[in-house]
Design a binder for this molecule. Structure first.
Ligand SMILES: Nc1ncnc2c1ncn2[C@@H]1O[C@H](COP(=O)(O)OP(=O)(O)OP(=O)(O)O)[C@@H](O)[C@H]1O
Ligand SMILES: [Mg+2]
Length: 443
């Protein structure tokens, strides 16, 4: 059965512009949805008062009230209501207010109808998932969690910078959410319907990075058996995310600088330059300014990258976010592994007190592990302390094979459907170590 088959409720569309309204309504109806459309906020409020709506699609600037008022009213009436807002431009206020009041998505006008359909389908899916959960504090996976002062500042910068084409440098410790922010900048930009292409500059050997980014002509080097389009060209009109930018060598820094100035690519082995239109967002967990001072990173390139800098605070400096993140991940993994694990007060306190050297990623892994393994499906202080201790690297690679450990391994493997890489990550051990342990268990 398709989504529409199980989703029989009408969708409320609030839009004063007759052209946009007709397009959206006709399109959704052709896609098999039932739609009710209104042209002003008063009618919208009347409809919302009359019944709860699972899905509302609203323009922001309508009349004396806005789509944000519609959002608040719809959420008041039915906290599970998904509201998709359509914005001609994202301002700090609207993005912040909408985020705070739990808007499901924003579509920058003008948008492709497929983008709208995709958002509608995601909204309906999230509702299907939320329906059999008691507390539906459900958020889409790509959403940033956290309302700490530090994060609000980040959201403000993001909402200001996203709609521009400015280059952005994102700095922060490992696991603080740099890639998530980069994706958000793209999502809230005019480029959102074009590609977002991440390149891990630290993982690609120096000789290959040039052809990866700029492309290569057939025969340019051994193994180049055909022309290859580089990332900068294939991401045309979109955003390229240069991750681990602090790792690139001096020779490549020169080439990248040239690109940042000219916005032209010349594939390896070619003599022709091509203009490309991409936005560059870069990230690093190193202190680039210090690298500049030490002569390890070109100052001119740093200036080009660093038009706007976003510095993500480590999790230990925004402890208030820990509880929200923990709930978020707990809900997510309960769903994924079909568990019903509950957080306790003492468990949340233990999580908030920890220093999180691996930041959000570490918290995420820990909650994933606890959701599967916590005794009696309760995440209390003891379970948290045990899980943190288990994540700490042990002497001798943790060779002991206690009964409980074997039991844990079995349960994690069962939960992950036998996926050993996933299981090792959840258990906080290396894959090699897991294989060794499994071999012992068979004996
Ligand atoms: N505020 C947040 N809300 C929800 N999830 C988050 C948040 N911050 C980070 N995450 C999640 O934590 C994980 C790590 O985030 P991300 O990959 O963006 O970190 P990073 O800073 O790029 O790390 P690294 O430097 O190691 O590459 C991801 O799974 C991401 O979805
Ligand atoms: Mg990253």
């Amino acid at each position: 059965m398709n989504e529409q088959g199980t989703f029989t409720d009408p969708i409320l569309v609030v839009e004063d512009d007759a052209g946009v309204r007709a397009t959206v309504v006709t399109f959704l109806e052709l896609e098999g949805y039932q739609v009710e459309a209104v042209t002003n906020t008063r009618d919208a409020m009347d409809r919302i008062a009359a019944r709860p709506w699972p899905l509302v699609i609203s323009d922001i600037y309508i009349d004396d009230r806005t789509g944000l008022d519609v959002l608040v009213a719809a959420k008041d009436r039915d906290p599970n209501c998904c509201v998709i807002l359509m914005t001609a431009r994202g301002t700090v206020e609207t993005v912040m207010t909408a985020t705070r009041h739990g808007a499901f998505d924003y579509l920058a006008k003008p948008f492709e109808l497929d983008t709208l359909l995709e958002a509608v389908k995601r909204a309906i899916q999230s509702r299907v998932a939320a329906d059999d959960e008691v507390e539906a504090e459900e958020l889409p996976e790509s959403e940033m969690i956290g309302h700490s002062k530090g994060m609000i500042e980040i959201y403000k910068t993001v909402s200001l910078v996203a709609p521009t084409d400015a280059s952005v440098l994102i700095e922060g410790e490992t696991g603080t959410g740099k890639e998530l922010i980069a994706r958000m900048i793209h999502r809230f930009s005019k480029r959102s319907t074009h590609p977002f292409v991440p390149v891990d500059c630290g993982a690609i050997p120096a000789q290959l990075l040039e052809s990866e980014l700029f492309g290569a002509m057939k025969g340019a080097f051994t193994g180049a058996d055909r022309d290859r389009t580089g990332v900068l060209e294939s991401a045309n009109k979109g955003t390229v995310f240069l991750d681990e930018i602090g790792e690139i060598d001096p020779a490549f820094q020169v080439k990248l600088l040239r690109f940042m100035q000219e916005r032209e690519v010349r594939p390896v082995g070619s003599s022709r330059e091509k203009k490309v239109d991409v936005r560059v967002v870069a990230a690093t967990n190193r202190n680039l300014q210090k690298m500049v001072e030490e002569g390890k990173f070109r100052e001119d390139l740093w200036f080009r990258m660093n038009v706007v800098r976003i510095e993500l605070p480590p999790l230990r400096e925004r402890r208030g976010d820990v509880v929200h993140l923990a709930h978020f991940f707990n809900t997510k993994y309960n769903e994924r592994y079909n568990r019903n694990t509950k957080m306790t007060e003492s468990g949340l306190k233990a999580l908030s007190d920890f220093t999180w050297p691996g930041n959000v990623r570490q918290l995420q892994h820990l909650i994933e592990r606890l959701t599967i393994l916590a005794p009696n499906e309760r995440i209390d202080a003891e379970a948290v302390h045990d899980a943190i201790a288990a994540m700490e690297p042990k002497d001798g690679g943790g060779e002991t094979l206690a009964e409980t450990e074997m039991d844990q391994i079995r349960r994690v493997l069962a939960a992950t459907g036998g996926n050993k890489s996933r299981a090792a990550a959840i258990l906080g051990i290396e894959r090699k170590t897991l294989y060794r342990k499994l071999e012992r268990m068979k004996l």
